[in-house]
Design a protein around this ligand. Structure first.
Ligand code: ADP
Ligand code: MG
Length: 443
């Protein structure tokens, strides 16, 4: 028998054992190369095939071949030369970067690069600023301050600056810390009388990346150290990059002079991605994870997971795992099922009752109080807030909302909305409270 004939026979046995879905996905693309004494060499399209087969079917192929050939077999997988050259190049670069990061003790995720960052209207400005900074550190925007909500790519983007600098400027001293870690280092340096070491470590870098700066709120000594670190680096024209979940003016408990340092360079925000950007991100992540998705599934995921790219990614990986384990192709109903924990239940409309209940809980009031005619201050404001939220969230008419609030007319609702909007624009704390309520009602 030739190697081709042997492999043909093996394939049909394997198909029987693993089922046709998995077979088509992982085994059909394998090509037989050579049989030499006891060694059989097979060619796989890329190293993921080798890893996948070794993980899920570590002995299957051996067993099948041994049975057909009647003698022990050692199996060798050769990775096809044809593996997409750009993927190969990226992987080589990644390995290279990993080694360099490790040898210099830099805690950056090597995968967080500009190449892997999908840009769209929601993040274009921040991305362009980050690129400019990484091309000429210390020269353009210093500090660069990037802010945005959870899971929208802040850590990815500021890490990309670091990785790009590591790739292109080999002598650059790069330091990445979260502000929590920085705080711990300051505390420990003070306790052990090692503040000189700390200063030396932080004030001599070429690029300092500080993630999630909001955690320095209320930490006086850390803020002090940070202030001088930023000053020193700035004077030496060394680059500082800061990320935060909110803009400098909303970071409350920091000294004014520190806040003004945050705002001294360029402030760039990242918004939640639009539908098209979400689609592009799903395509990119799916390609990187070798998960094949039909367009309708991509659209389904993009329409359901809207506000957090980390969740988008998590959902995708779960889907990929489910498909690999069950051997079924990914379709919309599988996606619906696997992603149900992630999906915001926006089919279920939000009711005025639900809003009232949430607002009452928040303010410690009883439903009947808020619906009654009482005009005391403790009730009046929560009632106005409930009306405002109902108008924002329920899509009901003004008079319906009024009725549900215990028989108020539509002019009362308009007045309430206006009051709340006024207050929101003037009072940052009030604004944040409304955001909190919005989030409670519509997580
Ligand atoms: P944040 O720090 O803002 O909470 P991260 O930077 O940790 O968010 O991003 C969460 C996940 O989403 C990461 O795995 C990241 O790679 C991914 N991600 C975020 N934005 C993008 C983007 N624009 N393109 C590709 N991946 C993204
Ligand atoms: Mg982060």
């Amino acid at each position: 028998m030739t190697i081709e004939e042997i492999w043909d026979k093996s394939l049909s046995i394997i198909e029987e054992k693993v089922g046709s879905n998995l077979f088509e996905l992982w085994f059909r693309p394998i090509k037989p190369l050579q049989i030499k004494e006891q060694q059989v060499t097979l060619e796989v399209p890329n190293r993921f095939f080798k890893e996948w087969i070794e993980d899920y079917y570590p002995i299957l192929v051996n067993e099948v071949l041994e049975k057909l050939l009647g003698h022990p077999v050692t199996l060798k997988y050769k990775i096809s030369e044809k593996e997409a050259p750009d993927i190969k190049r990226m992987e080589a670069k990644l390995e290279n970067r990993k080694t360099r990061l490790a040898s210099r003790g830099i805690y950056l995720n090597p995968k967080y690069t500009f190449e892997n960052f999908v840009s769209g209207p929601s993040n274009q400005f921040a991305q362009a600023a980050a690129k400019a900074v990484s091309d000429s550190p210390g020269k353009v925007y210093n500090p660069l301050f990037v802010y945005g909500g959870v899971g929208l790519g802040k850590t990815h983007l500021i890490s990309a600056i670091g990785n790009n600098v590591i790739d292109s400027k080999h002598d650059y001293n790069v330091l990445y810390v979260s502000s929590e870690q920085f705080t711990n280092e300051v505390v420990s340096a003070i306790r052990h009388g090692k503040t000189e070491e700390l200063k030396k470590r932080y004030r001599n870098v070429d690029l300092l990346l500080i993630d999630d700066i909001q955690f320095v709120e209320n930490k006086v000594q850390t803020q002090e150290e940070l202030f001088y670190t930023i000053n020193t680096l700035y004077e030496k024209q060394r680059q500082i990059v800061i990320s935060s979940d909110r803009p400098p003016k909303e970071i409350k408990s920091v000294t004014d002079r520190l806040r003004s340092r945050f705002s001294m360079g360029l402030i760039a925000d990242i918004q939640a991605p639009e539908f098209e950007t979400r689609v592009a991100i799903i395509h990119k992540k799916a390609a990187m994870e070798r998960i094949s998705l039909k367009e309708e599934v991509v659209n389904f995921i993009a329409s359901k997971i809207k506000t957090n790219i980390r969740e988008l990614e998590g959902g995708l990986i779960r889907l990929g795992a489910q498909a690999a384990l069950t051997g079924s192709p990914i379709d919309v109903s599988m996606a619906k099922n696997v992603l149900k924990d992630f999906i915001q239940d926006d089919e279920k409309p939000i009711t005025v009752e639900h809003i009232l209940k949430t607002v009452c809980e928040y303010f410690g009031l009883k439903m009947q109080d808020i619906k009654a005619r009482k005009r005391t201050k403790e009730v009046a404001l929560p009632r106005q807030i409930a009306m405002y939220l109902s108008k924002q969230l329920t899509g009901g008419s003004l008079s319906d909302i009024g009725k549900n609030m215990g028989g108020k007319d539509h002019a009362t609702v308009i007045y309430a909305c206006k009051q709340v909007e006024d207050k929101k624009s003037k009072d940052e704390n009030f604004n944040r409270m409304i955001e909190t309520l919005l989030h409670k009602i519509k997580p």
